[in-house]
Design a protein around this ligand. Structure first.
Ligand SMILES: *[C@@H]1O[C@H](CO)[C@@H](O)[C@H](O)[C@H]1NC(C)=O
Ligand SMILES: *[C@@H]1O[C@H](CO)[C@@H](O)[C@H](O)[C@H]1NC(C)=O
Ligand SMILES: *[C@@H]1O[C@H](CO)[C@@H](O)[C@H](O)[C@H]1NC(C)=O
Ligand SMILES: *[C@@H]1O[C@H](CO)[C@@H](O)[C@H](O)[C@H]1NC(C)=O
Ligand SMILES: *[C@@H]1O[C@H](CO)[C@@H](O)[C@H](O)[C@H]1NC(C)=O
Ligand SMILES: *[C@@H]1O[C@H](CO)[C@@H](O)[C@H](O)[C@H]1NC(C)=O
Ligand SMILES: *[C@@H]1O[C@H](CO)[C@@H](O)[C@H](O)[C@H]1NC(C)=O
Ligand SMILES: *[C@@H]1O[C@H](CO)[C@@H](O)[C@H](O)[C@H]1NC(C)=O
Ligand SMILES: *[C@@H]1O[C@H](CO)[C@@H](O)[C@H](O)[C@H]1NC(C)=O
Ligand SMILES: *[C@@H]1O[C@H](CO)[C@@H](O)[C@H](O)[C@H]1NC(C)=O
Ligand SMILES: *[C@@H]1O[C@H](CO)[C@@H](O)[C@H](O)[C@H]1NC(C)=O
Ligand SMILES: *[C@@H]1O[C@H](CO)[C@@H](O)[C@H](O)[C@H]1NC(C)=O
Length: 524
């Protein structure tokens, strides 16, 4: 494991967000939960110290929960009615929703239940690494509670407290650090180092039961024995800014949970993730996608397999650009990283077609191409960006920009960080797509999706005009991530909505949403 490429690349300068967000930063996770998550997550949060009713308004999000429920019924109805899908899809028993949390590295998280009796954990979903680990029998772990988590108190895993835990001995085929073992029957140690500065997890491998549910009318609980890391020592970002309650590696290697599920026959060797621009998402194991999705093959290096895809071109607004590049598709990287020449070609072409004035350069902002919004501006026209993958399929970038509101000004930036060598398609470039990691066929699939909807149902327009997406601080007291609303030729019109006062942002944006009747989303 130590030899694999373990991506998890957070915003190194996450301090800038805190600086911009100022005093509101502390409560961000609470706010996230507050507005967006399913009953299940709410109950979980309450059970972990969140105050019922305190920061959890029931009002205003009824439609949203109703929409989620409709989606769920439709999906289940499809399985029930069709009966043609032999492969059941699975989701985490504790819920099928994922949610992006800005104060924890801008990554997508899900809650998972493990062990007997089961304990739940809020884990970051990372397609850039393989191992699932939890803070466990801690010698150096993130704090279990912090102002950054709101009122939530996280659990720590302890194999000795779980009757279903088993040790993974050094002679197990999962054990890669055999050389550090004193005897074949001692527990297998692991160390995973991540690309983020000084960030690692180490401990011993254990086996325990991870709970899933089947996507059926009456979901069955699936108890899958999986291998995970009992993370006794974490360093770097894991101690404060990301994955404080564990990391769920979804990478290509054999220790990764999707592989274990497939090899034991619980699900097809594929999974999907859908990240909607409001920060809510879905994850399904066993999902092989649909026949009408776009696809491109993975370039698999068998000595360290990753979700590596190739690009042969880019369409940026009215220009067509040739490239020969590859990139790793990594949900564990907050923003997309590109190296030259792809970086220069894309950003310069974007720059040439943007209408706003360039924002003066700011060393605190990791994005190079930023543009000022005028005081009352609520929409911008952006060049549409498509990446042409090997095979010719277009990978559309639905959410190319990041909106930043500081005390002084509002501006948006092209959401790409310049990298020195590696290209990474981060989670911001997966927005609005159901992305299928088909490990069996070794292809990446994607399809435009409202993550609230059933895959092939156009009869389920989720009306988010009501409030489903309540404002919360993102990069500033009032940061919103705009959503593409209209495509006109080679440009996309994006409507940006900004409340006029930080204290009444909720009401103002609600009003404005109704006034201009668009779906507004925000970056959490
Ligand atoms: C999603 O989760 C909810 C509650 O956890 C469950 O009732 C529902 O069936 C799930 N949806 C699907 C499509 O599996
Ligand atoms: C987890 O444990 C609780 C009781 O503590 C139980 O109600 C729940 O059904 C369990 N979850 C699963 C997936 O078994
Ligand atoms: C590991 O060693 C034990 C005896 O210590 C043996 O029973 C077991 O089969 C071995 N497992 C593997 C995978 O070699
Ligand atoms: C490991 O195996 C050795 C002999 O092969 C035995 O003496 C020892 O007790 C075993 N240790 C554990 C923890 O099972
Ligand atoms: C890396 O992490 C270790 C352990 O947390 C710490 O002792 C060390 O100072 C860190 N190094 C840097 C450069 O942050
Ligand atoms: C495959 O990975 C190995 C180990 O990192 C590396 O040395 C090799 O150059 C890679 N091969 C290709 C074709 O990228
Ligand atoms: C991705 O695949 C390309 C083409 O095979 C290869 O050149 C590149 O080294 C790979 N990248 C990684 C990080 O494995
Ligand atoms: C869009 O760009 C393409 C070149 O990429 C050009 O051929 C086409 O005419 C443009 N369409 C519009 C409506 O500008
Ligand atoms: C990309 O590679 C193809 C064939 O390998 C070549 O024809 C094309 O000129 C290359 N494009 C660039 C921009 O390097
Ligand atoms: C492409 O778009 C830019 C800005 O939108 C415009 O200045 C330029 O003339 C366009 N080029 C072509 C070939 O249409
Ligand atoms: C981008 O790709 C989509 C298909 O995914 C296509 O409809 C659209 O015209 C493409 N836009 C450009 C500018 O190439
Ligand atoms: C909001 O949704 C309701 C239906 O839920 C609809 O009647 C109303 O027209 C919508 N408002 C706007 C501004 O789209």
């Amino acid at each position: 494991m130590a030899s694999s490429l373990s991506l998890l690349l957070l915003f190194a300068a996450s301090g800038i967000f805190l600086a911009i967000a100022g005093s509101t930063a502390g409560a961000t996770l609470g706010l996230d939960f507050h507005h967006r998550f399913s009953d299940r997550v709410r109950r979980w949060a309450e059970a972990h110290g969140g105050l019922p009713g305190g920061w959890w308004p029931e009002k205003g999000s009824v439609e949203y929960y109703a929409a989620l429920a409709r989606h769920d019924r439709t999906l289940r109805g499809r399985v029930l009615a069709g009966g043609s899908d032999p492969n059941e899809e699975l989701y985490f028993a504790d819920g099928n929703a994922t949610f992006r949390i800005s104060s924890l590295g801008f990554l997508h998280y899900a809650t998972v239940a493990l062990g007997s009796p089961n304990v739940t954990f809020l884990v970051a979903l990372d397609t850039g690494s393989d191992l699932f680990w939890l803070p466990c029998d801690c010698r150096s772990c993130a704090p279990t509670s912090s102002p950054d988590y709101g009122n939530i108190k996280f659990d720590i895993y302890s194999p000795s407290q779980s009757s279903t835990s088993k040790k993974v001995p050094c002679n197990s085929s999962f054990c890669e650090l055999k050389s550090s073992c004193s005897a074949a029957n001692s527990s297998c140690p692991y160390v995973v180092k991540y690309v983020s500065d000084n960030t690692s997890s180490s401990g011993v491998l254990v086996e325990d039961i991870l709970y899933f549910k089947t996507e059926e009318t009456i979901p069955k609980v699936v108890k899958a024995p999986i291998v995970l890391g009992c993370g006794q020592v974490q360093t770097g970002a894991f101690l404060n800014s990301a994955a404080p309650n564990g990391l769920f590696g979804l990478g290509m290697d054999k220790v990764s949970v999707p592989n274990v599920l497939a090899s034991k026959g619980y699900a097809s060797n594929s999974f999907s993730m859908c990240f909607s621009s409001d920060g809510l998402g879905r994850i399904y194991f066993g999902d092989t996608g649909s026949s009408d999705q776009e696809e491109t093959p993975f370039d698999v290096n068998h000595s360290h397999p990753t979700y590596n895809i190739s690009f042969i071109g880019m369409e940026v607004g009215n220009s067509s650009i040739d490239v020969n590049s590859s990139a790793i598709v990594d949900s564990g990287t907050s923003f997309t990283y590109l190296a030259d020449p792809m970086y220069a070609k894309l950003s310069e072409s974007f720059h040439a077609q943007v209408q706003e004035k360039r924002h003066e350069s700011d060393a605190d902002i990791p994005f190079e191409y930023c543009y000022d919004l005028s005081a009352n501006q609520n929409s911008v026209l952006l060049p549409t960006i498509n990446l042409t993958t090997k095979g010719g399929s277009q990978f559309p970038i639905n959410d190319p920009i990041i909106l930043i509101n500081s005390e002084q000004s509002s501006f948006y930036c092209l959401g790409i960080v310049k990298s020195s060598n590696l290209n990474i398609i981060g989670q911001n470039f997966m927005t609005g797509l159901r992305v299928v990691f088909d490990r069996e066929r070794l292809v990446l699939g994607w399809k435009e999706a409202d993550c609230y909807e059933a895959e092939d149902s156009s009869t389920l327009p989720v009306n988010r005009n009501q409030s489903s997406i309540a404002p919360a601080p993102a990069f500033g007291p009032n940061g919103y991530n705009p959503e593409a609303t209209k495509q006109r030729g080679n440009t996309t019109q994006v409507t940006v909505l900004r409340p006029s006062s930080s204290h009444s942002s909720h009401l103002n944006s609600m009003k404005s949403v109704l006034l201009i009747s668009i779906v507004l989303s925000l970056a959490i």
